[in-house]
Design a protein around this ligand. Structure first.
Ligand SMILES: C[S@@+](CC[C@H](N)C(=O)[O-])C[C@H]1O[C@@H](n2cnc3c(N)ncnc32)[C@H](O)[C@@H]1O
Ligand code: SF4
Length: 498
């Protein structure tokens, strides 16, 4: 795409907006000079009272010009006003030229409910928040309602965070085989799976160090999340060793929530979940992704629908109170008929949590290479499937409580966590909304140190600490003590221990 910007404009934001309309589009010199390449010219001008933006979009022999103006207001900084007026002009120009209105309008970020949260925090009513999302951000009405509902639910769950609250994430990045759509780092080959015993041994050492620090600083551990990969790749005995270590370091009964993400049906046994229940796990995930054997085979997910139902029964009979099921909309070979049948079957099981993801392809260019209608910019059936999941959950008494977006999803749709009343996953909300620190241990684990409100109404102050991405590197890592020192310094410098 040829992009010509005039004024103090955030190039990355404009490129991201253009990619909603042209997934996988390139902006380098070669792409600019390609015959027939789309073209966007954008001019930003500052006035005494606000900003003007003029966008000229050209493609396929057609041209649309859109001018927008936005006055300064108490709700937005000057920089944000400039960004918003540019967004409005660009989305309007491409939208008119291509006859397409993206569901999330000019919102490109990971957390579409953030704008709603900010507006609600300014004391703006729910109705007005929805109106602002539709009129100023071009979000379509049903997504504006979704974002507002999620923001309200999150606010209720978050309350007034105590600076001493924290959570813990434990990474088990191993899986029995690799699903072809997955972009998570996870070891699957026989040779790499043989690292599990050494990995576990190192994990326990690091966990003990971090738990000791939590005690030393007098922090209050609210949730623990053991995630993957596929944590139930561990044998029942290995799980017992891990959970026994955790139980020896912290009072499990004082936790608000303790998740052991199981995931793949072919790793779930009654014995493993009995160990989990014995050690106080309160939430687990049994993920079908789709209840169509053909779709599962298409994506190389090596279990059948029948195995999912068997694993779900095991989870239900284990006595672990909250079960989550992950689904993906828009997988290759999926369509509305298959998805709606899948969804009805899941609802019939009445899991406490259902998480609906939109299929995400790492490189958007891959989407374009596929000729299936599912991968068109409008997402084919995916929009209908996402709508179906949101409508049916509402009818069945579930609430959307958590939402995020990834880049390059089919149709640019969102991922939403639904929960029965009072069964929301607290860790998901704490992590996404950055309300307290997450101590993360294991390969690929990223600790997030959070000072929720450095000044009244200010954005949270965040510092991240990274463990090496791959288990091989993690085994050689010696950074834990240094990390603990950095964490302690953060808490002391931020004055969070008073
Ligand atoms: C880290 S994965 C772990 C779950 C577990 N290993 C499993 O596969 O059941 C968490 C969830 O992310 C979702 N996911 C993974 N890859 C995805 C993709 N490319 N697009 C959309 N969702 C994806 C799936 O729903 C998956 O259950
Ligand atoms: S089992 Fe889960 S984490 Fe592992 S490859 Fe499949 S989707 Fe990814």
């Amino acid at each position: 795409m040829k992009l010509v910007l005039d004024g103090d404009i955030n190039v990355y934001y404009i490129q991201t907006l253009c990619m909603i309309f042209f997934p996988g589009e390139k902006f380098g010199a070669a792409a600019q000079n390609q015959p027939g390449a789309p073209e966007l010219r954008l001019k930003l001008t500052k006035r005494a009272k606000g900003y003007n933006a003029k966008a000229t979009a050209k493609f396929g022999g057609n041209k649309v010009v859109c001018s927008r103006a936005l006055d300064f207001s108490p709700y937005y900084t000057e920089e944000k006003t400039a960004k918003m007026v540019c967004g409005a002009a660009v989305v309007s120009a491409w939208g008119e030229l291509l006859g397409y209105r993206p569901s999330w309008g000019m919102l490109t970020g990971v957390r579409p409910s953030k704008v709603a949260t900010d507006l609600l925090r300014h004391g703006i009513s729910k109705t007005r928040t929805k109106r602002i999302l539709t009129s100023e951000y071009f979000v379509i009405p049903k997504k504006a309602a979704l974002a507002t509902d999620v923001a309200l639910c999150e606010q209720k769950m978050i309350g007034n965070p105590d600076p001493r609250d924290c959570s813990m994430y434990i990474s088990i990045p191993f899986c029995p085989t690799r699903c072809s759509y997955c972009s998570f780092v996870s070891y699957t080959s026989k040779k790499l799976l043989s690292l599990i015993p050494d990995y576990l041994a190192k994990l326990l050492v690091d966990l003990r160090a971090e738990f000791a620090l939590i005690r030393k600083l007098g922090l209050r551990l609210k949730t623990i999340y053991i995630g993957g990969g596929t944590p139930t790749i561990l044998s029942a005995e290995q799980l017992r060793v891990l959970l026994d270590c955790i139980a020896g370091e912290t009072d499990i009964s004082a936790l608000e929530e303790f998740t052991l993400e199981a995931g793949r049906a072919d790793t779930i046994t009654a014995e493993k979940l009995a160990v989990a229940k014995e050690y106080g796990v309160t939430r687990t995930c049994v993920n079908p992704q789709s209840l169509c054997d053909e779709v599962l085979a298409n994506v190389g997910r090596c279990h059948t629908v029948e195995e999912f139902f068997r694993a779900y029964d095991i989870a239900r009979n284990s006595g672990i109170p909250t079960i989550n099921t992950d689904l993906i909309v828009g997988l290759p070979g999926d369509n509305f008929k298959i998805f709606s049948k899948t969804f009805d079957q899941i609802l019939a099981l009445r899991p406490e949590n259902i998480t609906v993801h939109t299929f995400c392809i790492k490189k958007a260019a891959d989407i374009l290479r596929q000729d299936s209608h599912v991968y068109s910019v409008r997402g084919g059936d995916a929009g209908k499937c996402v709508d179906y999941s949101q409508l049916k959950t509402q009818q069945e008494g579930y609430k959307p409580y958590y939402m995020y977006r990834q880049k390059n999803t089919v149709g640019n749709y969102e991922n939403v966590g639904f929960a029965l009343e009072g069964k929301e996953c607290a860790y998901n909300v704490y992590m996404m909304e950055e309300v307290h620190s997450i101590f993360a241990v294991g390969a690929g684990a990223v600790s997030k140190l959070v000072n929720y409100q450095p000044q009244e109404g200010g954005a949270p102050l965040i510092q991240r600490l990274f463990y090496p991405k791959y288990p091989y590197e993690y085994l050689r890592d010696e950074s834990t003590q240094e990390k603990c020192d950095q964490i302690e310094t953060f808490y002391r410098e931020q004055g969070l221990l008073k």
